[in-house]
Design a protein around this ligand. Structure first.
Ligand code: AMP
Length: 279
């Protein structure tokens, strides 16, 4: 496994590798603190015999002023061990100074308002921050395929929609959400949860599944969502930011909710958790 820290060195290496490589180049951007959710994206690429690049970079521009950028878990040493064990070919661990020196062409794209929905309502800068770094990485590394997790479905669809409008050739793929046995979606932020909070947190998936059954049976979206939101609070969540049904394209969803999803963001104290399921 090769590790590169600078743009210059990774570009030089890729110039040589791409000539020799008969494989497609797969890219998996991460913020580190790696868990089985990240590793499952790597496995998908491995199964297709792709050359795998994983980046580890906690991107400041996708955090709001009062968010957890400083305390976000960082565990480079153990991350690198996991990546090596997963047979990743190349790891990119850039720093902000080097990245900011790299000027790339500004892409013209319409966000279609996607960045303001769901998580965007409380994290107004988040998706544009994600777009900035992802487009920079795509321009630099020119991967054939990039993998994103279903857990962050809004991020996946946002990136897919903007990349579609550029001349970038990267194909955007989605890997399914990996969960604990108790249903809690794996997330680097789960590290913030105290044991008693984990017991509360696992109710997110339980209530999502229950909501799916109710919606399929009953279709009275508004009253069901209101009641399920109340249940989350009763379980111990301090706040439910949204509990909403939208289509897979994040548009208004109507009964019978074909190609639609239930999306939730809820807080336990200062820990914010998100999840979603297909109806
Ligand atoms: P992050 O390090 O949180 O920025 O995540 C990097 C990538 O891993 C993103 O595409 C996430 O959607 C994906 N990911 C995070 N958690 C999971 C999970 N539990 N299952 C599948 N993919 C995940």
């Amino acid at each position: 496994m090769i590790i590169k820290k600078t743009i210059n060195s990774i570009q030089k290496l890729l110039e040589i590798e791409k000539v020799n490589l008969k494989k497609k180049v797969a890219f998996i951007p991460t913020m580190g603190a790696l868990h089985d959710g990240h590793l499952s994206l790597i496995k998908s690429a491995k199964a297709k015999k792709q050359f795998i690049i994983v980046s580890i970079y906690v991107n400041p521009s996708q955090f709001g002023p009062n968010e957890d950028f400083i305390k976000y878990p960082r565990s480079l040493k153990s991350d690198l061990k996991k990546l090596k064990k997963s047979n990743v070919d190349l790891v990119f661990t850039p720093n902000s100074k080097d990245l900011s020196r790299y000027k790339y062409k500004n892409y013209n794209f319409k966000t279609l308002g996607l960045e303001r929905k769901l998580c965007g309502s409380t994290r107004p800068y988040h998706f544009m921050g994600v777009a900035e770094i992802v487009l920079k990485f795509f321009t630099l590394l020119k991967p054939d395929i990039a993998y994103f997790g279903e857990k962050d479905y809004q991020q996946f669809i946002f990136i897919k929609k903007i990349v579609d409008q550029t001349n970038l050739k990267t194909k955007i793929m989605m890997g399914k959400t990996i969960r604990e046995k108790n249903g809690l979606a794996l997330s680097s932020r789960n590290k913030y949860l105290k044991p008693e909070e984990v017991i509360i947190a696992k109710n997110i998936f339980k209530i999502l599944k229950e909501t799916r059954i109710l919606i399929k049976k009953n279709k009275k979206q508004l009253s069901i969502l209101k009641e399920q939101k109340r249940k989350l609070i009763a379980c111990g969540f301090s706040n439910v930011e949204y509990f909403q049904i939208l289509t897979n394209d994040l548009k208004h969803a109507k009964s019978p909710y074909i190609k639609s999803r239930i999306f939730v963001a809820a807080r336990i104290g200062s820990v914010r958790l998100i999840d979603n399921i297909l109806i």
